[in-house]
Every structure is written in C-alpha cells, then in structure tokens.
Design a protein around this ligand. Structure first.
Ligand code: NAD
Ligand code: UGA
Length: 463
C-alpha cells in the first residue's frame, strides 16, 4: 500500500512541525493538518511564515518551502479525514481536571472525539496513527469506538509516539534517534506498519525504525519521558546536597556523566523541569500503576514530581531568605519565562510557579523573555487562580528590553537558559540596580566569577 494522502488532526507543537517535516521530505504525499481552532489555522496560513503560531528554529523555512505545494492547514476536518489513507491523531491529552483520576489521569476526551469523527466520516479503509502520548492500552478503546460506530470500514490502529523536544524539534525530526511504530501482529497490521515505515524511510534509515506491538510502543513513550525527568530530579536532589556540603553540582554532573554507562546528557541541575509533558506523563504513569494496584511502582515515580515541585519552591524560598527575609515591594527581574530556551511555549514553566510564590510575598516582578508575549505570561499566572487578574497585572510588569527590565531591581533571577543572557553587558546592569545586587541563576548559565568581580552577589543552583 503506497501512502499518498495524510491527514493530521491537531495543529499544535507536535502536529505542525511533524507534518511540516513529512511534507518536506515526501513531496509525493499530500499532507493536510486540521484543527478546530480557527485562529491557529489562520496563523499557520499567515503569508509571512515568521508569524506561524509556533516558534522553532528552522520551522518557518520548511513551512515556506512545503506550504501550498503538498502541505496544507485547514479547519475542514471531515474533508481531510475522508480523503486521507492515514490519519494521525496529534491532539492534546492533558491531565484530567475533573472526576475520576482528577489531577493524575490523562484526559482522553479529545482523542475519543477524533475517533468518533473518523468513524462517522470514513468510507474507505484507513490507518489511524496515535501520535499523541497516551496511556498504555488506549488503542483498544479507539478500536472499539471505530469498529462499533463505523460504516463497516476496516481500521488499523498504529502507535507512533513522538520523541521530539521543543526548541530542537526540527533537528530531532530530521535526525531522530529512532522512530517507533507499534501495530497488530496480524497480516493487515503488518501491512499498515510497513506502509508507515515506508513514509519515514524517505529520510530515516531503516535500522532506526523500530517496530513493536502496540502496547510496548504506547508504554515506551511514557517510560522514555519518565526516565528523562527522573534524571533531572536526581541531579536536582543532589544540587541541594551540594549546597549544604560545599560540593559543586556542575562538577558532580561532569564526573558522573563521563561514566559511559551514565552518559552526560540531561544532567543539568535547574530551577525544575517544565513543559507540557514530563509532569503530565508521569502522573499518568502513576495513575495507571495505581489502577493495577502497583502502589510501590506508583510511589517510586511520583517521587520525581515531588522532587521537582520541591526544587521550584526551594528556588523562590532562597530568594526571599537571601533578600533579608522579605521581598515585599522589592523589584525582582526574571530573565526568561519559557520552560526552556528556543521555544515560545510556557506550559508548566518553573517561572510561573516562582513568580506566583514571590507575588504571594508581595514582590514586584518584572520580566523579559525574547519570545513569550505579555498576554501569555499573564494568562499563565491567571490560570493558577491564586489571585485576581487585576492583582496579577499589578504585580507583573513585562518589558521588551532586558536592560529596562533590570533597572532598579533588587535581584535578578534567571528562569530560562536563553543564550543571549550570557552576552549582556552585566556591568551596565549592575550599575542600574539596587545594592547589594543579587543574581539567582536558576540555570547555571552565567559566569559566576565574572559577575562576582563586577560586584554581584551570585547564587547558582547546587554550589
Ligand atoms: P497542543 O495543545 O499544542 O496541540 C493540540 C491541538 O489539537 C490544539 O491545537 C487543539 O485545538 C487541537 N484539537 C484538540 N481536539 C481536536 C479535535 N477534536 N479536532 C481537531 N483539533 C483538535 O498539543 P501538543 O503539544 O502538540 O501535544 C499533542 C500530543 O503530543 C500530546 O499528547 C503530547 O503529550 C504529545 N507530545 C507533545 C510533545 C511536545 O513537545 N509538545 C512532544 C511529544 C509528544
Ligand atoms: C521532552 C522530551 O525530551 C522529549 O523527548 C519528549 O518528546 C517531550 O518531552 C514530550 O513528550 O513532550 P521537552 O519537554 O520539549 O521534551 O523538552 P526537554 O528538553 O526534555 O526539557 C524539559 C524540561 O527539563 C525543560 O524545562 C528543561 O529546561 C528541563 N531540563 C532538561 C533540565 O532542567 N535539565 C536538563 O538536564 C534537561
């Protein structure tokens, strides 16, 4: 079976970049990305590709090349489903905020809506691909909906989780460590797996395309995120011990990372991990384990989240303590709001929680981030519902110029590791601040010695 038409439901951080790369690498395949969010689709179709809704290095160039040729963004969901042989589901799967599993389980209502819509519209056999991150055995539910509400059409369900990281999405998609495809071990299942393998084989070598059964594929995605997040919580736990003992967490990370069994990646101590997925996926894993009565397994993984919450809280407490136990009416400047560099995504960013804690202590926060809009920062804070939107607006000032943001500050806190922060004229910043001038480097990216020689009181993580 040769694939010539693909539809992707969900034009978000995964659907948009993933489909743009498939379209670029497979000019013979027509790729249509659909979404219910009209504004999002309008933004993807903006004539100036610098205005597309997601900032990722390299993405706008790929969209410029493929859009209108074989890459389309549309709100006509049913038409795109009807025409496609393969339908990727890339919709959001947030943590449930209501009912059974509230605060833990994945909310699968958007997934179910997609399945029902596909069942309603499909008139020919289709391959349905789970691209969203899902609890293990979700394919079973999707299959049941498709088979029981469809028009007698045959569906093959594949699991093809996405491993891209934001900020490096395009290089991750162009040179993936592996592509994982899970499917049924029946002849029809194998035919569907091969069809999808052949799409990726247009640019990924076959030895990197791994095929498994559906459940292994679904569970591997949750496992990968749990292991990655666990490494961050592990090094962050050590960072607190370093601060008490005179050890330096950067030196410890380097020393252990040189052990080839441990490896150097994902050992950067920080103010805590953010992003839309690590916390959500681990909570989901914890919930699944509890559902099967595996309480020790659940407690083991939950500790990764507990440690991460502690790390964020510890950072704000340290600022308050160091500033003579009060930050009331003091100006604290945040450099960075995004959950990591090179993205405009702020979901679960540590900055939101640190700001919330400091505003509770009546601090005035001023923020500069090169890519995050003022409205986004305010809506992030409002979403916590700690205080009214008016009060958040009073407490948070957002500036487009880092030097303006730092002027008259009592302290600067680095929340995101944007490269440009290391290139600033720190003497100029020092001269414009209240003294003593404190820096809290939540990413350990600044040159501590240089800052101290200027006169700053420097506080990193884990030293
Ligand atoms: P997102 O919120 O950016 O995008 C999801 C999109 O789906 C939204 O635009 C929403 O309007 C749309 N949508 C929801 N229901 C719809 C429906 N019924 N019909 C049409 N459109 C619908 O989410 P995301 O960050 O792209 O994540 C999507 C999935 O991929 C999640 O399961 C996530 O865990 C997983 N994932 C995300 C990343 C990442 O870096 N963000 C990486 C790997 C996997
Ligand atoms: C993560 C995974 O890396 C991807 O493989 C996965 O596909 C994705 O989640 C997902 O499922 O959504 P992402 O969240 O985009 O990707 O970014 P990461 O680079 O993993 O960073 C996550 C958070 O951890 C960031 O806040 C980052 O600053 C922090 N981090 C990362 C550290 O604090 N220390 C590190 O050493 C690495």
């Amino acid at each position: 079976m040769e694939i010539t038409k693909i539809c992707c439901i969900g034009a978000g951080y995964v659907g948009g970049p993933t489909m743009a790369v498939i379209a670029q690498k497979c000019p013979h395949i027509q790729v249509t990305v659909v979404d219910l969010n009209e504004q999002r689709i309008k933004d993807w179709n903006d004539p100036n590709t610098d205005n597309i809704p997601i900032y990722e290095p390299g993405l706008s160039e790929i969209v410029a090349e493929a859009r209108g040729r074989n890459l389309f963004f549309s709100t006509e969901v049913e038409k795109a489903i009807d025409e496609a042989q393969v339908i990727f589901i890339s919709v959001n799967t947030p943590t449930k905020t209501y009912g059974k599993g509230k605060g833990m389980a994945a909310d699968l209502k958007y997934i179910e809506l997609c399945a029902r819509q596909i069942a309603k519209v499909a008139k020919q056999n289709k391959i349905v691909v789970e691209k969203s991150t899902l609890p293990v055995r979700t394919a079973e539910a999707i299959k049941s909906i498709l088979d029981n509400t469809g028009n007698g059409v045959q569906f093959q369900i594949l699991s093809n989780p996405e491993f891209l990281a934001e900020g490096t999405a395009i290089t991750d998609l162009l040179n993936p460590d592996r592509i994982l495809i899970g499917g049924d071990t029946t002849p029809d299942g194998e035919e569907a797996i091969n069809a999808l393998v052949n799409v990726y084989a247009n640019w990924v070598s076959k030895d990197k395309i791994l095929t498994t059964n559906v459940w292994s594929s679904e569970l591997s995605k949750l496992t990968a995120n749990a292991f990655l997040a666990q490494r961050i919580s592990s090094i962050n736990a050590m960072s607190e011990l370093c601060e008490k003992t005179g050890a330096d967490v950067n030196e410890v990370a380097k020393a252990i990372g040189m052990d080839s069994r441990i490896g150097p990646k994902f050992l950067k101590a920080s103010v805590g991990f953010g992003g839309s997925c690590f916390q959500k996926d681990i909570l989901n894993l914890v919930y699944i384990a509890k559902t099967y009565g595996l309480n020790e397994v659940a407690d083991y993984w939950e500790q990764v989240i507990i440690m991460n919450d502690h790390q964020k809280r510890r950072f704000s407490s340290k600022i308050v303590q160091t500033l003579y136990n009060t930050v009331a009416d003091k100006k604290i400047t945040f450099l960075g709001w995004a959950f990591k560099k090179d993205t405009n995504d702020t979901r679960e960013s540590a900055a939101i929680y640190v700001a919330d804690d400091l505003i509770n202590e009546q601090a005035k926060i001023s923020v500069y981030d090169p890519k995050v809009s003022k409205n986004k920062m305010l809506s992030d804070l409002d979403y916590l519902e700690t205080r009214s939107a008016e009060k958040n607006l009073e407490a948070l000032t957002i500036l487009n110029d880092p030097y303006e943001a730092c002027k008259n500050a009592h302290a600067i806190a680095v929340l995101t590791e944007w490269d440009e922060f290391t290139t600033y004229d720190w003497k100029r910043i020092y001269d414009s601040m209240h003294k003593p001038a404190f820096v809290f480097d939540g990413r350990n990216i600044l040159d501590a010695k240089k800052l101290e020689s200027i006169g700053f009181v420097y506080n990193g993580i884990g030293s």
